[in-house]
Design a protein around this ligand. Sequence first.
Ligand SMILES: Cc1cc2nc3c(=O)[nH]c(=O)nc-3n(C[C@H](O)[C@H](O)[C@H](O)COP(=O)(O)OP(=O)(O)OC[C@H]3O[C@@H](n4cnc5c(N)ncnc54)[C@H](O)[C@@H]3O)c2cc1C
Length: 546
Amino acid sequence: MKIELEAGSKTHEVTNQAPLLTNYNLFTTDRVLAEALDREGASWARPKLEEFGRLVGTEEAIRWGFQANDNPPVLRTHDRFGHRIDEVDFHPAWHELMRLSIEHGLAGLPWRETKAGAHVARAALMLVASENEAGHTCPVSMTYSAMPALRKQPELMREWEPRVAACRYDPQCRPATDKPGATIGMAMTEKQGGSDVRANTTMAEAIDFGEYLITGHKWFCSAPMCDAFLVLAQAPGGLTCFLLPRWTADGERNQFHIQRLKEKLGNRSNASSEVEFDRAWARRIGEEGRGVATIIEMVQHTRLDCLIGSASLMRQAIVQAIHHARHRKAFGRLLMDQPLMQNVLADLSIESEAATVLMMRLARAFDARDNDVSEHGFARLATAVAKYWVCKRTPAHVNEALECLGGNGFVEECVMPRLYREAPLCSIWEGSGNVICLDILRAMRKEPESVACVLAEIRLAHGGNRHFDSFISRLENDLTLEATEVEARRLAERMAIALQASLLIRNSIPEVADAFCASRLAADSGRAFGTLPGSVQFRAIIDRAF
Ligand SMILES: Cc1cc2nc3c(=O)[nH]c(=O)nc-3n(C[C@H](O)[C@H](O)[C@H](O)COP(=O)(O)OP(=O)(O)OC[C@H]3O[C@@H](n4cnc5c(N)ncnc54)[C@H](O)[C@@H]3O)c2cc1C
């Protein structure tokens, strides 16, 4: 007997499932981001963000995100005739995502745009892009961040900056001179040490003025199909920064060999490789022996991007959670109408808002810091403080948001597992938690004016909330004392929360600011998300979020 199979099921009707969240504008539905864009000086970029938010939210772009992660990159060390090629094949969806982001200026906008607020505009674009797919934002971020380091070597800057500022993407592996644009990666971490780059063993041998041959390895080198890499190596004068291109000046493949690709917890669309340099041709950036001082310019920007990336994961997580709760019923009522779920969603919403407003305020400091000493001081310390705290909060936040979707949140057809696997990464990158906290102590010791700048920003909300006022008076007192290493995390956390509270008191609705202060600054506040006091206006907070 022939059994007819039909689409769907004959045994039951499918009900009470949330519809797919697609074809929505990631920017216009994010009131907090839109307000911050105006407040921090980039309202001129609104049309661009509206267009980008629409494109990123289309069914097609969301599908690219899934395809790029379901079909991870593949290493091809040799061609079929046995020639070494060291190329990585990516799914076409990866290239679509790269093209979309690069052509909308996520790497190049601040280096071509003369208007004030370009870093703010670009931060907002980056948040939106990363909500959909975080892996491809790694090379985008490194390309953006490489520019300040390259500026230390004017002839290299003249060569590479126009390529980055061109905002063009070409996936072909060929000499950068033949390409309309360029991407730039970085390779610092070696097997024996990542945080401690002074332990690098890779050697640089001078061959001509400013030109060197590099021999050694790197244990992590993400996006190895970039056109060039900032690399640290030991030159005769000490640890030095170099620009090592994939192709030499003669148009030959450089001696840059990809050994293997990492099997990673998350960030699976992106290739992270182990590489060896066998007398690879490179050009020096900055002086010999000044490698850390040179590359730190890049690191400051990638730390800002770690903050943006984490804020972005929180944003997408809370959007998915709210969307689900608005459509799913349990025990006869929508989840959204259940008091305890409202508490969880409101708590996650204020955490996400606090992350977004902090990263946007910091992006303004990146716009202003070259011409304003107080913004320079603020950026120096607040970048580390904010990166530490927001990245630390993200895994717990995404975990709680995932739980709002129940079992559906644990299934790979949903974006939540991808967000969850991505969530710990930004905390490791560009200074893991402890290393960032040690950097905070270093900034406080060597650049004490940076503490004054952060405190000045915090104090702007003085008088706005009683929990806040007593919290900052204790913090100010503690900041007058010399902190020890063991206390550094506690101090970093308190500075970050005080900054977030100050921004929310001044710029958000009272419901959000009061709930944040009552739950993050009061002595008897809860530990898990969903422990806001009962007096909080939950619906107002959730409706503001999405
Ligand atoms: C997916 C992925 C992609 C990456 N891509 C790149 C890349 O493209 N280029 C690149 O250069 N690197 C890259 N990295 C490497 C990354 O930057 C390093 O892993 C990171 O800097 C930490 O270095 P490590 O792994 O050597 O850990 P370690 O330096 O050994 O640190 C281990 C732990 O010890 C802690 N620690 C270190 N020193 C101290 C101290 N003094 N006191 C207290 N605690 C301390 C750290 O905070 C950390 O928690 C990537 C990593 C990942 C996971």
